[in-house]
Design a protein around this ligand. Structure first.
Ligand code: ADP
Ligand code: MG
Length: 749
């Protein structure tokens, strides 16, 4: 067991605006962040005295810190612990806009802006591929908590257009106080690509579900969980651990924002759930507190393990140093200081794999049987033979008839014989007492039945009893089978509940079982769904006027540059990948040529050697040269194919970012179009008959193409440079061929 306090880090978001006066102190093992604030007196007189607020952190990352640095310092140690079998959690806390999502998931524009989730996935899968001594299984879940209700962001059967369309996740607690999340799907991901697809699917669902009126993401908590199980080859021990990567809702106080209605309700919920988080944290930091109020909110229930439980937990305080945010920044840092007081006990989550245990026990029984047979000199079956039974019955008769009370019954070291004799004796004793009772009742002398007949009927009874026991066993086996099948059926029809046990040892086998069950989902379905989500809005064509309007809209959109840059980078990477692919193929061809040369050379040498024309030293030098060349080419091949693999990951990531931006743009256009349409309708109702000369060109287009009320923007032609997009898609389609081409170089000597 490892006892550790929650690690706290601070990250300052870069800004060009005026900042508060602050100082960052960074030493090797610890850092501090200090704000200097002028003291504002109540009567409005500014006192020249200033107030200092200094906070200690494990480390403070100033504005220039890169995503790579954040991953290396914060996430990598946690990922290593998760690989070793401990649970881990990283959560980002801070006001809206302070960089939580950027830190946890990453920016949507740049490959280098990848956040902790994609980098951790990459790190884990790289580790798996290097470590061939272990078998790893990974599952992913992605939960969003909004207004105290949980939603499954990964459900492939749902195409969400509103958050409410996603399956609702509910919490259940069993008698052992383990938390179970009903309706949260666990999706298996066998490689980095599948895991990234799941992240993308969840993020897209999250994005589509919100509108400008309802920026749910800043007011919801998101928990991306990697469930990892590892087992050494041939071992019966399984290690299962979980890594929660949590993007909390904005921590700003509601009073300041001055909002009302729906947003106020949401704000109350968020403040309430963050308030409960704080209460849990305060309770945990107080010694002698027996009750921790985890149950007050869904988030604290789900994160129960991570807060004061079996987990290594890290908090990132996302801080905006802009002057106007000083108050919130100080409150974020204060919160972090309280969090740092909590101690967690991380346990190694190890358990025996039941299936392997059975195999092992069966083997042990077999070897013990063999050992026994060796000692006793007898081969044993489970049942006594007819001959043995007869012998025993005779032995018992002799034993019972012998008047000598010292006489013994010698059965040898065989428990089957001992059991049989005891039951036979029991039958005899009961028969004896029956006979006595019978005599007294109807005076029928039972003793008149001959010994031989009696013995036969005892044997018969015994046989029937054996049969009965045998049948009973069969029936109970069948009933168990039936129950199992029924349960399987129920499990498949109802959504699999996800377990979040607070005591891992007791509930680990349930988790493993559930993972096996959920592994039955075909991961390719998810991929297809992710693709569907990406392309679903492209199905219908826009009208000409809508296209015109869209072009005007796109010209001024904030993301236009990002999309163009992204496309340019993609194109460049694609060309690089193509060149690299060609080079790798060239190397393969050269190696094959060299191999052929080597063969020819060896044949020649053999022929000349036979004729006695050549000396050994001459033959060595030529062959050595060819071998060296092959060796050099192989090294070159390794480097180039490694680069190609990296490039492939980057291209795939860029593609996902690109698609994400497209979906966002599409949604923005959709909202803008509806709003403009409504506004124009109002406007024309007010000014019927008046000239439209003051209306902008955009409005003209809109007037011509006012959308019908049910107008659906299922398609936007965002592929400004169609050739590039086609090229990229073709590349992605062919990437396997490309890599298979390189993989077939496995034949290199
Ligand atoms: P939050 O999730 O806390 O509300 P975001 O992560 O969405 O905040 O950040 C708000 C904006 O600031 C986003 O546009 C994001 O890309 C940008 N941003 C945040 N942190 C950084 C950073 N370290 N470097 C560059 N841009 C950042
Ligand atoms: Mg956010």
């Amino acid at each position: 067991m490892v006892k550790q306090t929650i690690q706290i880090f601070a990250r300052l978001k870069p800004t060009k605006k005026q900042t508060a006066e602050y100082f960052v102190d960074c030493e090797e093992q610890s850092g501090s962040l200090e704000f200097v604030v002028p003291r504002d007196l109540a009567d409005g007189v500014i006192n020249n005295k200033r107030e200092n607020y200094k906070f200690r952190f494990q480390k403070v990352f100033d504005q220039t810190a890169s995503q790579e640095e954040i991953f290396e310092a914060i996430a990598k140690p946690v990922a290593d612990n998760v690989l070793a079998g401990y649970n881990g959690t990283i959560f980002a806390y801070g006001q809206t806009g302070s960089g939580k999502t950027f830190t946890i998931t990453g920016g949507a524009e740049n490959y280098n802006d990848r956040g902790i989730i994609p980098r951790t996935l990459s790190y884990l899968y790289q580790h798996f591929s290097k470590d061939s001594s272990m078998i790893y299984t990974t599952h992913i879940s992605y939960l969003e908590i909004y207004n105290e209700t949980g939603y499954d962001l990964l459900n492939p059967q749902h195409e969400a257009s509103r958050l409410e369309d996603l399956p609702k996740v509910t919490i259940m607690e069993d008698p052992d106080q383990n938390i179970h999340l009903k309706n949260l799907s666990l999706q298996q991901s066998t490689n980095e690509e599948e895991a990234l697809d799941l992240l993308f699917l969840g993020d897209t669902n999250r994005m589509i579900a919100e509108t400008p009126m309802n920026q749910a993401s800043t007011r919801s908590h998101c928990i991306f969980t990697i469930h990892l199980c590892s087992k050494e080859l041939g071992s019966a021990m399984v290690r299962c651990s979980k890594l929660h990567l949590v993007d909390l809702a904005g921590s700003e106080r509601v009073g300041k924002t001055g909002v009302g209605g729906q947003i106020l309700t949401e704000a109350k919920y968020i403040n309430l759930s963050l308030h409960y988080l704080e209460q849990v944290i305060i309770a945990l930091s107080e010694k002698n507190r027996s009750h921790i109020p985890y149950r007050n909110s869904m988030m604290t229930s789900v994160l129960r393990d991570s807060l004061g439980g079996n987990c290594m937990t890290t908090m990132i305080a996302a801080v905006s140093v802009e002057k106007r945010n000083t108050g919130e920044s100080i409150s974020t840092c204060r919160f972090a200081q309280r969090v740092a007081l909590i101690k967690n006990d991380a346990l190694l989550n190890e358990e025996l794999d039941p299936a392997l245990l059975i195999v092992r026990l069966k083997k042990e029984i077999q070897s013990l049987k063999e050992e026994l047979a060796l000692v006793t000199g007898e081969q044993r079956s489970d049942k006594l033979t007819q001959e043995e039974i007869q012998q025993l019955e005779e032995q018992i008769d002799v034993y019972l008839e012998d008047p000598d009370s010292e006489v013994t019954l010698n059965l040898g070291p065989d428990m089957r014989k001992i059991h049989f004799c005891f039951s036979l004796l029991k039958v005899r004793v009961r028969e004896g007492s029956c006979a006595q009772n019978g005599m007294s009742k109807d005076s029928t002398p039972l003793m008149s039945v001959s010994d031989e007949e009696q013995r036969k009927s005892y044997a018969e009874v015994q046989k029937l009893r054996d049969m009965l026991t045998h049948r009973d066993n069969e029936i109970s086996v069948l009933v168990n089978l039936l129950k199992k099948e029924k349960k399987k059926f129920q499990d498949v029809t109802s959504q699999l509940p996800l377990l979040y046990p607070s005591t891992n040892q007791s509930s680990m086998s349930a988790t493993t079982k559930q993972m096996e069950e959920s592994a039955k989902y075909n991961p390719s379905n998810i991929y297809t769904h992710a693709e569907q989500l990406m392309t679903r809005k492209r199905v219908l064509e826009l009208s000409v006027s809508q296209q015109e309007a869209f072009e005007v809209f796109l010209r001024d959109h904030e993301d236009r540059l990002s999309i163009e840059n992204n496309r340019a980078v993609l194109q460049q990477r694609f060309v690089e990948a193509k060149t690299l692919g060609d080079q790798v193929n060239q190397i393969r061809i050269r190696v094959n040529e060299l191999k052929t040369n080597l063969k020819i050379r060896r044949k020649q040498m053999a022929a000349q050697g036979l004729a006695g024309h050549l000396t050994a030293s001459e033959s060595d030098s030529v062959e050595e040269r060819i071998l060296n060349q092959i060796e050099d080419e192989k090294k070159n091949y390794k480097i180039k194919s490694g680069c190609l693999k990296g490039l492939k990951t980057e291209i795939e990531h860029l593609q996902l970012l690109h698609e994400k931006l497209k979906v966002k743009l599409q949604m923005d256009f959709e909202n803008w179009w509806t709003q403009e349409g409504a506004r124009l309708k109002c406007h024309s109702a007010e000014n019927t008959g008046s000239s439209q000369s003051h209306v902008s060109p955009l409005s003209c287009i809109l007037t011509r193409a006012l959308p019908p009320a049910e107008c659906s923007f299922s398609s936007i032609p965002l592929t400004g440079d169609k050739q590039t997009d086609d090229d990229i898609e073709a590349f992605i389609r062919d990437r396997h061929n490309l890599l298979n081409g390189t993989a077939s170089c496995g034949g290199i000597p």
